[in-house]
Design a protein around this ligand. Structure first.
Ligand SMILES: *[C@@H]1O[C@H](CO)[C@@H](O)[C@H](O)[C@H]1NC(C)=O
Ligand SMILES: *[C@@H]1O[C@H](CO)[C@@H](O)[C@H](O)[C@H]1NC(C)=O
Ligand SMILES: *[C@@H]1O[C@H](CO)[C@@H](O)[C@H](O)[C@H]1NC(C)=O
Ligand SMILES: *[C@@H]1O[C@H](CO)[C@@H](O)[C@H](O)[C@H]1NC(C)=O
Length: 258
């Protein structure tokens, strides 16, 4: 009897020792990539995506997803807490982000990158279509939608104004052939670098009164249009800003070959 009791005491002390010297994490497996960090979903349910919880937010990294269907499956698995801070997707292997692909899940920041090449030229950008309603569940949460490289030549720009808190939109390194009309009361940063449009319509900035950053490098805009745009942007900013300090913070860039 005493022997058994002693054995328990020994085990208890031993476990205290391990916890003190090696930390709780190594005992209960926090180092295991498949360890579930609540409120994230079970790693097995969402693989090959991975969810991380840090800075009081859930971050979903789906850079290893293999096709549209698999992405749909991931977001239709058991996801107990559907409000995510961020989502990372590859521009390769995906072709369409459908209306229903993300189910009930919402995001604040969405980034679509080239996963295979650091240099965009090595990228096999197949992502071509984003449905007007793909991110509509995030209508009050979405702050940024950033597509760094894609095959998107048409985008539902008329929906941007519906996102109540969006401040950054990026569609760069893509075959967008016409300059979009955007109406948004909240948008501050717009990046349309390296697309294929040649003209900038005259009233293009009227719909984005809060804009402070605009980058349009590496489009085929002729120099007269560039000069006109610069003037127009300055006039707009003077008109819209109550303090001139706003102008100093403005980054406006049309450079690049025309
Ligand atoms: C996603 O994971 C890949 C590797 O698995 C990593 O290179 C990338 O930086 C991650 N992205 C984010 C936003 O965490
Ligand atoms: C890019 O989109 C066009 C249609 O707009 C399509 O014909 C082409 O195959 C796509 N390219 C890739 C690499 O997916
Ligand atoms: C522009 O984007 C294309 C892909 O659409 C890419 O291949 C090319 O390298 C980019 N050019 C620059 C100057 O970034
Ligand atoms: C600036 O405001 C003036 C007066 O309200 C208006 O006539 C002008 O068209 C505005 N300029 C721009 C570029 O919006």
């Amino acid at each position: 009897m005493t022997g058994l009791r002693l054995a328990y005491v020994f085990l208890f002390l031993a476990s205290c020792y391990i916890q003190c010297c090696y930390g709780v994490d190594s005992i209960i497996g926090h180092d295991d990539p498949y360890y579930r960090t609540l409120p994230c979903p079970n790693p097995e349910d969402i693989a090959p995506c991975a969810c991380f919880y840090f800075n009081e937010g859930m971050h979903m990294n789906c850079t290893h997803i293999s096709d549209d269907e698999e992405l749909h499956q991931v977001f239709h698995s058991l996801i107990p807490f559907p409000a995510f801070r961020s989502l990372s997707l590859p521009t390769e292997r995906l072709t369409t982000l459908s209306e229903t692909v993300f189910g009930e899940v919402t995001f604040e920041n969405v980034e679509i990158h080239c996963q295979s090449g650091i240099h965009n030229k090595d990228c096999d950008e197949t992502l071509t279509t984003i449905d007007p309603n793909t991110f509509m569940k995030s209508v009050s949460t979405l702050r940024s939608l950033e597509i760094y490289i894609s095959n998107i030549s048409e985008f539902p720009f008329d929906t941007i104004g519906e996102y109540l808190n969006i401040d950054t939109f990026r569609l760069t390194n893509s075959p967008l052939a016409t300059f979009p009309t955007i109406n948004s009361e909240t948008l501050k940063e717009l990046y349309l670098i390296n697309n294929t449009f040649r003209e900038i319509p005259a009233h293009v900035l009227d719909g984005v009164p809060k804009l402070t950053h605009l980058q349009l490098q590496h489009n085929n805009i002729d120099s007269l249009a560039k000069a006109f745009m610069k003037l127009k942007v300055l006039l707009n900013l003077v008109n819209y800003s109550s303090q001139l300090t706003r102008l100093h913070r403005t980054r406006f860039d049309l450079s690049g070959p025309s």
